[in-house]
Design a protein around this ligand. Sequence first.
Ligand code: DGT
Ligand code: CA
Ligand code: CA
Ligand code: ZN
Length: 578
Amino acid sequence: MPMTNKQIAAVLNDIADLLDLKGDVFRQRAYREAARRIDMLGQELSELHAAGKLGSMPGIGKSMEGHLVELLETGHSQRYEELKKEFPTGLLELLQIPGLGPKRARKLYEELDITNLTELERAAREHRLHSVPGFGEKTEANILRELDRRGKRGQRLLLGVALPAAEEVAGLLRGNPAVVYISPAGSIRRRKETIGDIDILVASAQPKEVMDAFIHLPIVKEVIATGITKSSVLNQDDLQIDLRVVDPSTYGAALQYFTGSKQHNIHLRDIAIRQKRKVSEYGIFEEPGGRRLGGELEEDIYRELGMDMMPSEMREDTGELEAAMEHRLPRLLELSDIQGDLHCHTDWSDGVDPLETMAKAARELGYRYLAITDHSRGLGVAHGLSVERLREQRRLIDDFNRRSSDLQLLAGTEVNIRADGTLDYEEETMAEFDIVTASVHGAFSQDRATMTERMVRAVRSHYVDIIGHPTGRIIDTRDPYEVDLEAVMRECAAHQVAMEINASPERLDLNDSHARQARDLGVMISIDADAHVAGQFSLMRYGVYTARRGWLERKNVLNALPLDELKAWLAEKRNRRR
Ligand code: DGT
Ligand code: CA
Ligand code: CA
Ligand code: ZN
């Protein structure tokens, strides 16, 4: 099997880290850039290579192409092996600690002979770090806190990884004649942002055939356990998948049970007992006597208790059972309600694809509008746009719009909120955009009061339409910054500023409960894929799942508005400014 894009990007990033440790700043940049582009590529490099098209990749020079060919054809890189010999292997781990750049990691190696995370932790606990120049007590405390956080971090998967894996299995088994119904269950079906294990439920009268087909799927790398009702395997990416088979007559009850959440189920059973009913994974029964009232369909369970059936995303016992009983469940937003995307990047800043390609992809999704929101000038690392470049881009957008009858582009920006809460362009520039998203991209460690004031100031600027990824968290990688989010939300509601659900599965920012809180405070929500390459527009669905988990309806979502209503919303906002 040739290496996957993920594996190749990981090797290139390692090479970049090693070059960084050597102080070879110039060349490390080339490797890092190549890794980034490969990471975002919509197609496997091995396919490109097989088609002889590796050289056509933008931003990949001749010598990088040589590296890629070597990796694809041999699975090794000579350069990588040589570099690895120059440093202890564990040294690369040190670079994963925020605040430990290559220079400082190298210092720790040279002065204290620290070669891995375990030794780093010991040295920090023994307060030996601050004997090294440049390492204060604060650094020591930061490092300990980060190591602590990593230790606690569970082995949960991102929904963006687990859901496609579950869908792949369900897709492969669906055509099997022994399979009557099949569905992911558990936290995947509830679309939680992270997943403990992948649960799949099958209805079949021939469980042996189903299990046999399951454990012999081409994606199965290892069979962990196999039985008649339940089997567990590892797929190629080492994800554990549990498959359970039940009789079709109990499928609904089993699906209800194994979808959870546990809290939802416990509460549901309480309600059942009070109505002299019993709910189990086999059905719903009268008590006493045990007469079966239903269970072939999931609806049976809720209906027999006098409830409407709620979407799986709501089943967290946060009021959905009460609402179902009183027939006041919200009609949740659907992916098909989404009319456009208000946050994306092109190759004008840190995206990969040209503007035309992004527009074409948005059109293929049936979108009516797309906001082009490249980074602002202050964000040097992301090639932020100067005022001159903005004008040039504006002409391109106007040009496109003259030629397009279905999709309209909005000239936007993702303007950086500076540390003091001012925006990264002058007022006269800000006034020219059709739409403005403002986001925090640095100075994350400000204290709560400062950060809150900073964001409130941006909201009050009157130029901002949307606050992008409002808490800055990256799941399992970066904690949200300290901020009084409710204060920011109230300010957004007062100034007609929307807040984003960034749909990227590693962000999902706002998260489900914050989205619900924002909705309750009257804040509009914009759900955006933040695509940096055309293929990423499809991440929108993860934002919609989060919105549904936050009980959002179509009317709460800015980019569920038709174009004319969106324009009216933006115009109203602009009138307020005067
Ligand atoms: P996960 O895997 O940690 O992301 O979360 P879930 O919700 O998928 O949990 P999991 O895999 O342990 O169990 C799947 C479902 O089975 C769960 O959502 C509800 C049901 N379940 C599991 N344990 C219990 C229990 O002790 N009581 C009840 N009523 N239901 C349970
Ligand atoms: Ca599970
Ligand atoms: Ca499970
Ligand atoms: Zn962005």
